[in-house]
Design a protein around this ligand. Structure first.
Ligand code: TRP
Length: 329
């Protein structure tokens, strides 16, 4: 193996990615493969902490897997696979459970939030979710993990578990750092530009899904919340307009200043229409590639199987070491 650093990311197969995740993260992943060894794992095992129809889970997983490729991740240059296809994740997770304190898991804010929201299904998987996540990362000796704010605490716990284990058994695991990429725009909701664009929002118009049709996209941009002073410029007092300018700049490759200049004399109606059209145009080739991939499931499954084989090989090394050190026969 080369000296290149390893990047690991887990992606939950919860529906379709948004324009926010595309511009904020995913559109930049492709470039990383020239400097790092990258693994992208569709974390279907993490997905079952809530009840899902098997057909929905399977379909969501394939869709997300296809999006990763459609957005430019070359399966020859990156390791792309499903978590459930690599048994080492579950095996290491059990071991790490025994090196994680209930007190630590009790402090996880995501567990507290999620269990407050789903009082009828506070299962043990939800509780030990961060331990499986630690296993994901540590199995591959990952150096860097791209995570959003909401996953920071889980990554901290992963580091604590790894350090605890290393203290007992020697240098087994690489201690991972958060990867804060030098790029990535923070895209806000269209209806609620104070908050990050996210799919959990109740208002469907807040968020652009990568699969939205040109008509839907333009309609959503036309309804985007702005303000009433009719000036198209970046300003903290103008979160809606600033967000639209940011999106426009991202999808056209122009600078913010160029975008401002272009619409200096325009009205909001024309501006919103232009942003919508630019986004629709940017998404079209990705959508076409996604549709092409989804039209040949056998091919997609074959790509996933190859990815899993590579991941298995890497993971098996770490797992074997752990088993021996612990004293398993
Ligand atoms: N918990 C992450 C999320 O909700 C997904 C995830 C699972 C992950 N395993 C990971 C992210 C390992 C980074 C590394 O988004």
């Amino acid at each position: 193996m080369s000296e290149r650093k390893i990047i690991f990311s887990g992606i939950k197969p919860t529906g379709i990615p948004t324009l926010g995740s595309l511009l904020g993260a995913m559109s930049h992943w492709e470039k990383l493969s020239s400097d790092y060894n990258c693994l992208y794992c569709v974390v279907d095992m993490h997905a079952i902490t809530i009840r899902l129809d098997p057909a929905v889970l399977r379909d969501n997983g394939r869709n997300m897997f296809a999006w990763l490729i459609a957005l430019g991740l070359d399966p020859e240059k990156n390791i792309l696979y499903f978590q459930s296809n690599v048994p080492a994740h579950a095996e290491l997770s059990w071991v790490l459970n025994c090196y994680t304190y209930a007190g630590e898991l009790n402090r996880m804010t995501q567990f507290k939030d999620k269990s407050a929201k789903n009082t009828d299904n506070i299962n043990a998987g939800l509780y030990t979710y961060p331990v499986l996540m630690a296993a994901d990362i540590l199995l591959y000796q990952a150096n860097l993990v791209p995570v959003g704010e909401d996953q920071r605490q889980h990554l901290e716990l992963c580091r604590d578990i790894a350090e605890r284990f290393n203290k007992v058994y020697g240098d087994v695991f690489t201690i991972p750092d958060a990867f804060i990429p030098p790029y990535g725009a923070r895209i806000m909701g269209l209806q609620n530009p104070q908050n990050k664009m996210s799919k959990s929002d109740d208002n469907a118009n807040d968020c652009i899904y990568l699969s939205d049709s040109p008509d839907e996209i333009i309609k959503k941009f036309k309804r985007a919340v702005t303000d009433s002073d009719n000036q198209i410029k970046m300003s903290e007092e103008k979160p809606g307009i600033s967000n639209l300018l940011t999106i426009y700049a991202c999808v056209t490759g122009k600078t913010l200043a160029e975008a401002e200049a272009e619409f200096a004399d325009a009205g909001y109606g024309h501006f919103k229409q232009s942003v919508g059209e630019a986004v629709a145009q940017t998404l079209a080739p990705y959508q076409k590639e996604h549709a092409r991939l989804m039209s040949d499931i056998a091919n997609l499954d074959a790509i996933a199987a190859k990815g899993a084989a590579k991941a298995n090989e890497m993971a098996a090394k770490t797992l074997l070491k752990v088993k021996e050190l612990i004293g398993f026969n």
